[in-house]
Design a protein around this ligand. Structure first.
Ligand code: SAM
Length: 155
């Protein structure tokens, strides 16, 4: 599928219609330990660098939690250009193929017309804590909370 990235404002748009449920791309990047992710998040914060670290918290049936942390800032793909939206048109999901470590897949949450921006909710389904971390959300959705979800590791 063809996509277009607006360099200036940093938005990823699809050039063609995408049907609900379709696989869009992987959120590809380096797999980090929690300590390395904490270190990089601190550096990003201190230096005002854009943060690409994605934390996926999965709750298993045994009340355990698996945390997968991906950082595409050094090595990755176009998945890194999807912004957060409070009313997203994409969803992320853990995908395992012959390996306990998941890949993070980005899928269309509904039919998406050509030239619409692709975005997902950075807080994840049911994991989003409505805490104002001081970063304003610019998604402009009707139900926008006004602030970005926190990046939480291991909670
Ligand atoms: C994975 S990157 C998304 C792509 C990024 N806009 C770019 O140009 O490379 C995540 C960063 O984009 C910015 N961002 C994403 N969604 C946003 C939103 N809804 N409001 C404000 N900034 C956002 C934040 O700086 C965030 O740390």
């Amino acid at each position: 599928m063809e996509t277009h990235h607006d360099g200036g404002v940093g938005r990823l748009r699809t050039k063609e219609k995408i049907l609900r449920g379709a696989f869009i791309c992987e959120y590809a990047g380096e797999l980090l330990t929690t300590s390395e992710a904490t270190r990089r998040l601190k550096i990003n914060e201190e230096l005002g660098w854009m943060n690409y670290v994605l934390v996926l918290n999965e709750h298993t049936s045994e009340q355990k939690q698996q945390v997968t942390i991906v950082d595409p800032s050094r090595r990755g793909n176009i998945g890194r250009y999807l912004n957060h939206s409070c009313e997203p048109n994409c969803q992320i999901a853990a995908v395992r193929i012959d390996c306990p470590l998941p890949k993070i897949g980005i899928f269309a949450g509904r039919d998406i017309p050509a030239w619409e921006e692709l975005c997902f909710h950075y807080g994840g389904e049911g994991q989003y804590k409505k805490v104002n971390n001081g970063k304003n959300c610019l998604c402009a959705a009707a139900t926008c909370t006004g602030f970005m979800p926190n990046t939480e590791i291991g909670e």
